[in-house]
Design a protein around this ligand. Structure first.
Ligand SMILES: [Fe+2]
Length: 289
């Protein structure tokens, strides 16, 4: 089975492509790397593709891409997935800088693209918005969290970092505490997409920029329990929730199995565990109703 190692980009459908491009460039501080008709590709200031926008009837997050080992034999991988009952197909020129990808669908209907070769889309871009460092994680609401968590464990070899109760899982594919999370809800939809900021001053600047533009901060700044990141949330024009965060727990060594304190943990050492309900934040402003 493939092992996802890093999240690449998230694909959104939007009924208003120009409005979303304006948001991602002028508020989030990404760079419009390429636009072709009803599609647009946005990169961070260091040139990593992080968001793809496709015009569509309703706003939704339709896909995620993950980088796999450069040694991956995609034909063999396709056969391995088929043996597990997962259909996949090789696609060429899927995005700027990404020559090919093996495409499959997870068990909640999100398209997953696996890629091993990619190139930067320019470098050292000047940005006008927040300008995050990288795409960190994408969280989904979905009715059967256990089934989706199992799919990511088995098919993409993610590891569970934490649960809150039996309704919210946090999963890692590298040192970051979570790259995907799944929270129980009535129907499958995006919960939020999260980008890493540089430091607390960058979070404060992001809040100032949102305030100046009249965009409400819907939650935070808070320090979370699971992952211990300091986060602030707002919504884009399509009502996608966007998080900026710093200080996410890091598991530097899978064999040691504990997270690096940042800056403190209640459990020493902090290991994957089931958190009690009500522990999603350790301090900070409560989420708006
Ligand atoms: Fe998050």
């Amino acid at each position: 089975m493939p092992q996802a190692r890093r999240i690449g980009h998230a694909t959104f459908e939007t009924p208003d492509l120009d409005r979303e491009i304006d948001y991602w460039v002028n508020v989030a501080g990404l760079v419009l790397a390429e636009r072709e008709g009803k599609r647009a590709f946005l990169a961070t200031k260091v040139g990593q593709l992080v968001v793809e926008l496709n015009e569509g009837p309703e706003a939704r997050c339709a896909g995620l891409s993950f980088e796999v080992s450069p040694k991956t034999d995609f034909a063999a991988l396709g056969r391995e997935l088929a043996a597990e009952g997962v259909a996949s197909a090789l696609a060429n020129d899927v995005a700027p800088g990404m020559k090919r990808a093996l495409t499959l669908e997870d068990n909640k209907g999100t398209k997953v693209q696996l890629f091993s070769e990619w190139s930067y889309l320019g470098d050292h871009h000047q940005v006008t918005g927040v300008g995050p460092m990288k795409l960190g994680h994408v969280a989904f609401v979905t009715p059967d969290v256990k089934a989706v968590t199992s799919f990511y464990e088995k098919v993409l070899r993610f590891r569970v970092s934490d649960w809150i109760g039996d309704w919210f899982s946090f999963m890692r594919c590298g040192p970051d505490h979570h790259t995907v999370n799944f929270v129980r809800g009535d129907k499958t939809q995006l919960a939020h997409i999260a980008f890493e900021a540089k430091d607390m001053s960058h979070i404060a600047s992001a809040c100032d920029l949102l305030g100046h533009k009249g965009i409400p901060i819907t939650w935070g700044p808070v320090r979370h329990g699971p992952g211990h990141n300091v986060s602030v949330y707002h919504q884009d024009p399509d009502n996608n929730t966007v998080e900026f965060y710093i200080d996410l727990d890091q598991m530097k060594d899978e064999e040691l199995g504990y997270f690096e304190p940042r800056p403190w943990h209640r459990d020493l050492p902090q290991r994957p565990k089931v958190w009690e309900n009500g522990t999603s934040q350790l301090w900070g402003m409560k989420r708006h109703a």
